[in-house]
Design a protein around this ligand. Sequence first.
Ligand code: SF4
Ligand code: SF4
Length: 143
Amino acid sequence: MLNEFKGFAVTLKRLLRKPETIEYPDVKRDMAGRFRGLPSLRADPETGEALCVACGLCARICPTSCLEMHVVPSEEGDRELGEFILRSGRCLFCGMCAQVCPVDAITMSKQYELSTQERDGLIYTKTELARFGEQDPDWWAQV
Ligand code: SF4
Ligand code: SF4
């Protein structure tokens, strides 16, 4: 009989606890500071210009070759970033691209809502990656 009471006591204690579950997607969990979501591209907060200098280091270090960039000649006769593609279906979220970037132009955002029913939905362009970078300038995590 004592064991039954012990069992009920455990149940009662659990019932009075604050629930651990959250009502996702209405409520979203605060991700840890070092959480690594989708890589995103950042712009200078003052000028709005993309920070990427098209050096190609991120694409070279990427272990799954999921980054692709097209470099075009700039008006000044230099080179600049034309297009930047991330094939997120192959991304490991390892953060190596962010680690090697000399100007912090590519950083790991906290974006994790990436499910899609279309394969093309896994491909992100420069504009889309910049939008993730813009969402909250403090949102990206240095790795
Ligand atoms: S997080 Fe890793 S796998 Fe994803 S793009 Fe960067 S280097 Fe490549
Ligand atoms: S994101 Fe950084 S590492 Fe990648 S090409 Fe641009 S400047 Fe170079």
